[in-house]
Design a protein around this ligand. Structure first.
Ligand SMILES: [Zn+2]
Ligand SMILES: [Zn+2]
Length: 265
């Protein structure tokens, strides 16, 4: 499974994205959080996603499915989704949490889903999971045709009861977690975003409960640049603990672990 980070930031966007960085990626001036999986499956469509396609020289026309994690405007802007739908060859399927009121987008098929529901997004099998955030939040469990499994957990703090039991023994090969808050305690965002200490606690249980495959990796994203050290420093510190730290434009090839590759569990 090939994952490309279109943006890795929280909503504290650098003003430089509108000036000297308008045509460049920068590891410290993160754009709105989004990933592109296999060139066809996009997660989130915030203010910078079209810039990210342009700067990285990618074809938005190949996208068939857009998964929305929630309706905060650093993740979903209707005019960006409409621009994407207009660029797509076929009808763009837009998946989002049932109950959210989204005006129809020309050229798109609107596909509301409930937490716990499984659906096909092109060649990917996706399960929507409840998330601890607001604005109709969902996390996603995504399995590729090669059997690789990815958990996408931005935005959201901790994991909810039903979600944790759905994640147990899934042995994700990759997990992308909300790391909005830096390596300190006492932050007020406890009920909506993770901090690094929270991620450490969760990762320990993810390992014992086989949420994470033995060779699986946790990757930090949705990083608030104002709450963290600069990227190079953060990534070096987290690497010592076995974590990946995403940056805009990063590509991550997630290989399925042995059992999944054999198609048996
Ligand atoms: Zn956000
Ligand atoms: Zn949010």
């Amino acid at each position: 499974m090939h994952v490309r980070f279109m943006g890795t930031g929280a909503a504290d966007f650098s003003p430089r994205l509108k000036t000297d960085l308008s045509d460049k990626l920068d590891r410290d001036a993160r754009r709105s959080s989004s990933v592109l999986i296999g060139g066809t499956l996009l997660i989130d469509c915030g203010p910078h996603v079209t810039d990210s396609f342009r700067i990285q020289g990618l074809e938005a026309s190949r996208v068939t499915d857009l998964l929305l994690t929630h309706l905060h405007d650093d993740h979903f802007l209707p005019d960006r989704a409409a621009a994407l739908a207009a660029a797509c060859r076929g009808a763009l399927r837009i998946w989002y949490r049932a109950g959210a009121e989204i005006a129809p987008i020309p050229g798109a098929e609107m596909r509301p889903v409930q937490p716990g529901e499984t659906f096909d997004a092109g060649e990917y099998t996706v399960r929507a999971l409840a998330a601890n955030h607001t604005a109709y939040p969902l996390h996603y469990d995504i399995e590729g045709p090669d059997g690789a499994r990815l958990f996408y957990g931005c935005d959201g703090a901790w994991v909810l009861y039903d979600t944790f039991y759905a994640m147990r023994r899934r042995e994700y090969d990759g997990m992308i977690l909300d790391a909005t808050v830096g390596d300190y305690t006492g932050d007020f965002r406890l009920g909506e975003h993770n901090s690094i200490p929270m991620i450490r606690l969760m990762t320990a249980s993810f390992k014992t409960e086989r949420v994470l495959a033995t060779e699986g990796k946790v990757c930090l994203s949705h990083i608030a640049r104002t709450l963290h050290a600069p990227h190079a420093e953060l990534a070096a510190a987290m690497e010592k603990e076995g974590y990946l730290t995403a940056y805009d434009g990063m590509q991550w090839e997630i290989a399925p672990h042995g059992d999944a590759a054999d198609g048996e569990k």
